[in-house]
Ligand binder design. Structure first.
Ligand code: IMP
Ligand code: MG
Length: 173
């Protein structure tokens, strides 16, 4: 745990409001067609649970666990798939949901992995986008907030093993 002061970037209400908007955007995009939502654990579990409840299309939810080798704070570029999905996604519309896109290494590795299962489409949805840190050419199709290069915690995002349960998004000053 930290003794540093917190600076709140997005309050609980800001997040809820934005997710309702994203739900509308995603629902309009898929026009009532079924979606397989693939949530990347552990960071996106809270975002996913809020987001899917704002989507009007029929949704099947599955989970995948990825880990970057080494310290989670600095992406090493090496991404390991610790647990795969169980759903058959062949010819289906897949929406990958993650907490944050930083370098983009995680999502590009996940896309490469899921593409082999021959889905009809793959789109990316993230709560936060840190475009200044990108190392691969990848843009999210749906994103909640664009943020500068600061380390974020709360709302599913961790520092050490803590803070995922904090209901707002903040940084340490
Ligand atoms: P990427 O592979 O560099 O895009 O980063 C992916 C993962 O790194 C995210 O899913 C997070 O788990 C973690 N991450 C990146 N930036 C932050 C942050 O600011 N706070 C907490 N975790 C982060
Ligand atoms: Mg993550």
């Amino acid at each position: 745990m930290q003794n540093k002061k917190e600076r709140v970037l997005f309050a609980r209400e800001d997040i809820a409001y934005r997710i309702r908007e994203m739900g509308i955007e995603i629902s309009e995009y898929y026009k009532g067609n079924e979606i397989v939502v693939i949530s990347l654990l552990r960071g996106s579990f809270i975002f996913t649970s809020d987001l899917v409840r704002e989507i009007k299309s029929p949704v099947e939810v599955d989970f995948m666990t990825t880990a970057s080798y080494g310290d989670e704070e600095v992406s090493s570029g090496m991404v390991n798939i610790l647990q795969d999905i169980r759903t058959d996604i062949k010819n289906r519309d897949v929406l990958i949901v993650d907490d944050i896109i930083d370098t983009g290494n995680t999502l590009s590795k996940v896309i490469e992995h899921l593409s082999k299962k021959q889905p009809k489409s793959i789109k990316i949805c993230v709560m936060l986008d840190k475009p200044s840190r990108r190392k691969v050419d990848l843009q999210p199709d749906f994103s909640g907030f664009v943020i500068p290069d600061v380390f974020i915690v709360g709302y599913g995002l961790n520092y050490g093993n803590y803070y995922r349960n904090i209901p707002y998004i903040f940084t340490f000053e």
